[in-house]
Write a new protein. Structure first.
Length: 115
């Protein structure tokens, strides 16, 4: 499965989305690839440790809400994108660092990543 995903030309898709967003005056928000959108409860924020790909419906062990996996992912990605727009939040799991991630300085301005 990983081979077929890598062959899907994701870079080209992002390039075309960016082009279309610029053309129509929209803003493209990309969230981190490791953001746990399918394992995070859209109701309470609890993150399930492991979730096999064949699980399409699940109940949150914390708040007991039943989730359709695809709908929950869509809600979580929308919320993450809105968080970036509204407050410039970094969308990454707790403790996860990336060299390319922009960070906020103490005065609130974005800084370039450390080399």
């Amino acid at each position: 499965m990983a081979k077929s995903i890598s062959d899907a030309s994701w870079g080209e898709l992002i390039r075309q989305l960016a082009y279309k967003c610029e053309w129509y005056g929209r803003k493209l928000i990309k969230i981190d690839r490791w953001f746990p959108s399918s394992k995070r409860c859209g109701n309470c924020g609890h993150i399930v440790e492991k979730m096999p790909l064949d699980v399409m419906e699940w109940d949150c062990p914390k708040c007991q809400v039943n989730h359709d996996r695809d709908i929950n992912v869509a809600h979580n990605i929308l919320a993450a994108g809105l968080a970036v727009i509204v407050c410039g939040a970094n969308i990454r799991p707790d403790g996860h660092k990336s060299k390319g991630q922009l960070r906020k300085s103490s005065n609130g301005k974005k800084q370039k990543p450390k080399p």
